[in-house]
Design a protein around this ligand. Structure first.
Ligand SMILES: NC(=O)c1ccc[n+]([C@@H]2O[C@H](COP(=O)([O-])OP(=O)(O)OC[C@H]3O[C@@H](n4cnc5c(N)ncnc54)[C@H](OP(=O)(O)O)[C@@H]3O)[C@@H](O)[C@H]2O)c1
Length: 227
């Protein structure tokens, strides 16, 4: 297979929301879940986010625990996984968390809509940039490029539009969802799979692999998709 093993991780509310209607990156994970996510990150070769999450939240996208980073280094790996952004029009600031928190290799897949000034900034910061002559990033191509760079395990950290596109294209192997005991409501609040949606007969079947009930009131769900 010309792509890495791809797993999505999300934190959502009981009503399936991954943020409030305000879209400011609301905290959903418990402390225990944050630690689980950090271990999952440390197990990955690369971490991917979609354009709205990248530009709206400016995530650091690094392994938080010093011990986990040291473990990776002891295994002959980089302290942090490669950071990957899928963004139609990249507009990262020179002082952004994404560009400055590391050390980590950074890869941006973008389109012709990204300005020359931004491309120069990214290149000056040694970011690997793939700018396609297309309206949207070709996800299949992006995964093949990452595989070519040696990425065997790719963790996708949202948002809903990127999650949906990857699942629609059959490019996802595993999904873990922490369901926090909260309700956000709001018709416009983002869910874990957005995009254009599917008709009932095209629904993507997911196989439930594991369920954990946590003391913090949350539930951890794990699903597999057939390759
Ligand atoms: N709770 C969680 O686990 C979690 C995790 C991450 C994010 N979030 C939340 O999710 C929300 C953002 O999600 P979102 O759905 O709006 O955006 P997103 O998935 O972060 O980014 C999607 C954007 O990426 C660009 N893109 C380019 N090529 C694409 C392709 N082939 N497929 C998909 N996207 C492509 C598009 O930008 P253009 O539209 O400009 O073309 C698209 O709108 C935020 O509220 C954030 O807080 C929650």
């Amino acid at each position: 297979m010309n792509r890495p093993f791809v797993f999505i991780n999300i934190a959502m509310t009981v009503d399936g929301k991954i943020d409030t209607f305000e879209r400011r990156g609301a905290a959903i994970s418990s402390q225990r879940d944050k630690e689980r996510v950090d271990r999952l990150r440390a197990s990955a070769d690369a971490l991917m986010v979609g354009g709205k999450t990248l530009l709206g939240e400016d995530p650091k996208l690094t392994v938080k625990s010093e011990a986990l980073r040291a473990e990776r280094v002891a295994q002959g790996r980089s302290p942090n996984p490669v950071k990957v952004g899928i963004v139609t029009e990249a507009n990262l600031k020179a002082d952004s968390n994404f560009l400055n928190t590391g050390p980590a290799e950074i890869v941006i897949f973008t389109t012709r809509r990204t300005s020359k000034e931004q491309l120069s900034l990214l290149k000056a910061r040694h970011v690997h940039v793939y700018a396609a002559e297309a309206e949207k990033v070709d996800l299949q191509h992006a995964l093949a490029v990452l595989k070519g760079m040696g990425v065997e395990r790719l963790m996708v950290e949202g948002g809903g539009t990127l999650n949906f596109e990857l699942m629609r294209l059959g490019l996802v192997d595993e999904l873990t969802a922490y369901v926090a005991p909260l309700i956000f409501g709001g018709a416009s609040a983002p869910t874990m799979a957005a995009g254009s949606g599917l008709e009932r007969n095209a629904a993507i079947p997911a196989k439930l692999i594991n369920v954990e009930k946590w003391d913090d009131g949350g539930v951890l769900l794990k699903y597999h998709f057939t390759r």
